[in-house]
Design a protein around this ligand. Sequence first.
Ligand code: C2E
Length: 940
Amino acid sequence: MKAGISFKLTGLVLAISVLPLFLYQVISFSATRNTIVDMATRHSTNLLNEQASHLSLQMAQIEDLIRNIESVDEIKQAVARVETANTKDTSFEFLSTQARIGYILSGYGSLKGLVSIDLFTRSGRHYHVGDTLNISGINRPLLGRLQSDTQAAGNAVAWHGIEDNVNSTSSKRKVIVASKMLNRLDGSGLKTEPLAMLQVNFDPEFVYRHFHEIESREGSTLLVVDAKRRLLFHPDSRLIGQSINPELARLVRGQQGSMMISLNEQPVALNFRMLPINGWYIVSLVPQATLLEPVSRIAQAGIVILLLSLLLIFLFIRLYSIHIINPLRAICDGFRDFQAGRLEPHWRLPKAQTLQELGELTSWFNAFLDRAQEREQAEANLRIAATAFEAQEGMVITDAEQIIIRVNQAFCDTTGYSSEEVTGQHIRLLQSGRHGAEFYREMWQAVAKTGSWQGEVWNRRKNGSHYPEWLTVTSVRNEHGQTTHYVGTMTDITLRKRAEEEIQRLAYFDPLTNLPNRRMLLDTLERAIARSTRNGQSGALLFIDMDNFKDLNDTQGHDKGDLMLQQVAQRLRQHTRGSDTVARLGGDEFVVLLEGLGDEIANAASHSKAVADKLLASLQADYVLGKHVHHSSCSIGVALFSGEENRIEDILKQADLAMYQAKSAGRNAVCFFDQGMQQTVDERAQLESSLREAIARNQLELHYQVQVNHAGMPVGAEALLRWHHPERGSIPPVQFIPLAEKGELIILLGNWVLETACRQLKEWSRHPASAELTLAVNISPRQFHQADFVQQVVETIARTGANPARLKLEITESMLLDHASITISKMEALKSRGIGFALDDFGTGYSSLAYLKRLPLDQLKIDRGFVCGLQQAGHDAAIVRTILALAETLDMAVIAEGVETIEQQELLASMGCHNYQGYFFGRPLPPEKFVQHHLLAEFA
Ligand SMILES: Nc1nc2c(ncn2[C@@H]2O[C@@H]3COP(=O)(O)O[C@H]4[C@@H](O)[C@H](n5cnc6c(=O)[nH]c(N)nc65)O[C@@H]4COP(=O)(O)O[C@H]3[C@H]2O)c(=O)[nH]1
């Protein structure tokens, strides 16, 4: 791993600052140490010299004292006289001589520190000057030793060092002793003989007073050692008189010396000096630790300085890192991330505030990133442009003169030209000729003015075919605003146009017949009305509905139905003019719009009638539907219009009404709308709104018509709806049920009926006489086809608590035809819950046998019409027989409705029909009356 700049810098700074500093510390420590040791040694030597001088001076004074006394002949003579005198001599001369000796000695007693001067004669006389004492207390053994040592010293002063005071009663127990024999020439004059020993006792405290001060000042130990290496002075006074350490004694030799020794395993600086006067040594012992204490303080200071230096260097490097290394590192990281593509697009370095150069470097780095990003963006743009250029849309680039310089593949695919074929050609090469010069002039003017143009253009392919394209022309301008190029983007919209046309066709045309659909018709009608308003010409709307078309669909299938509708459309177009509009509204409903029928309404009517008749006739002709030939007719309603007083919806409604009128009139007819018709329509509308209110205002009621068995016993009833209108009285169901069936109202009514009937069933279930009755409820087709019909019935039963086994739903044949499978599954779902089914009006429709077999029916209801016609000549009796046989085959019960006479009943019974409903057995009655009439006996 490469060392970072921070690491190197640290090393460098340490190398150039700390190492020299350290070396300096070591050298200066060493030098200081030597210097201090030198100085200490010198100081010690000086001190010793000084002390030695001082001590020598004192010794010299003592010696001088001794020699002065010795030199006094008078004292020697006096001593000699005394010594030769008789010991018992008490003469005056003798005594005065003795006094004289004392007197002479006392003349020398003024020396400072002097304890005493003693003179011991050979005969044992003792003269004492100095401290006060009892002279009799002489330490004889000591004296003897001193005398012999003194004698041994010969003419020299004997220095005895520290000794016990020979005068044992003296206050100074220890004294420094120097002595000298006083000699005189013997009688021959050639030899000397000792007269007495002159002894000077000196106070050691006075001598060594300075030493204590010196020791305490220097922290060293100062010793005085005599020639016999005994301690004359030691700070610890208990050691005085003892021999010094043998090792030390070995080293202390010669005049003077200075060395480092190890004493008691401690390094000690030894310094000594001999006193020439008596061979004593002054010795100084300084422990190295004491000696080097200043040095160690200096060393400590050095270490502190070194540490401070390191701290400063560290701080310096830290600051350096923060202010210089970190920005540099950030730039390095930035480059690395840039290289690795990890840099966020808009990431930039914050400008370094520390150094101008770093700030510049950061700015340059950021500028570099800006450039790189711009370049990257430009490259991306180029790539995008290149990709875009080769996109699905055709693209062409021309120069300012509209000469093609580049096209893409899509362009080539669309136009059929290769790139080489069109390059260098004028763009007008593509012109189809469908647009005039004006078109292109306007286009280029728009480009020049706004910079672009777009719109639909017809161009020509290489093979000469024309195609529509959506073209966008954009001018490319230079910085002076001059157009340098044009870029054309073109999308072939052939398919889109086709799709649009198809959408248009689907939106406005009926896909089956290709006739305009309702929407187109409404547009056309609106324009026709507007035209009629403008030109005063009348128009007519013919509403055509094929009769019984549903039958064809149901019996022959939708394919045949579709075929027929296409043929109808074809015939309608054939028999109308090109200016007339033929449209299909849906199902089997067609409309023909006639315009320009003149300003006379009567003429318009007759013209319309003629057209309608013609159409009626043409639509009556046989239709060949594959192998099947179908005969049909139509009903046509005509509504005339003139000017704007007619609204589109009104005209359509009027024609529709007229068509219904035609249907009611027996079909295959033409009927014109008139005001009477309108009145009926209005009345119906009125009725419808009243009916809504009727439910809310409780104007509805269920009546029950009894159903009996062969014995005339009630077995059930049919619920029939009654409306008691507050103004119009009782309105029969035939008047309002078909109307309700046209809309959602029938659902509301049906639910109400079902709920009421179920409640009635529940009520009957409480009385034994009525508990076994079944109740038939009419269900309208629309109600039955409700998606949640089954659920509604089940919920109603659950809500009311009716017994489902007593409920019978009456359905009609017509409702069975549509959505057969769903119908059957709904019936089966209800059947599985116990609910029964009766087929109402059986025989009037066209239920196929096969179909009937699949239905879970319980009962067939013979239509009233057949019952009515039983006694008349015709097919009714045969039909009834057939129905009965059929029911037997299918294992279904049969009930005849509309039985009015006993004959009818007997006839039916003879045919095998044993259940009846009709006025003969009872009219529909309100619940209370029903009970009164039919069940009272039972209740009683
Ligand atoms: N001439 C004659 N008529 C007899 C005789 N016995 C019964 N009728 C009538 O025949 C109709 C029988 O009902 P429908 O065929 O289901 O025909 C019903 C039924 O299709 C419908 N309708 C009645 N109530 C309801 C209802 O609640 N819901 C639905 N969807 N339709 C209902 O209205 C139709 C007419 O009902 P109504 O006027 O009540 O007429 C009833 C009844 O009064 C008779 O001996 N001679």
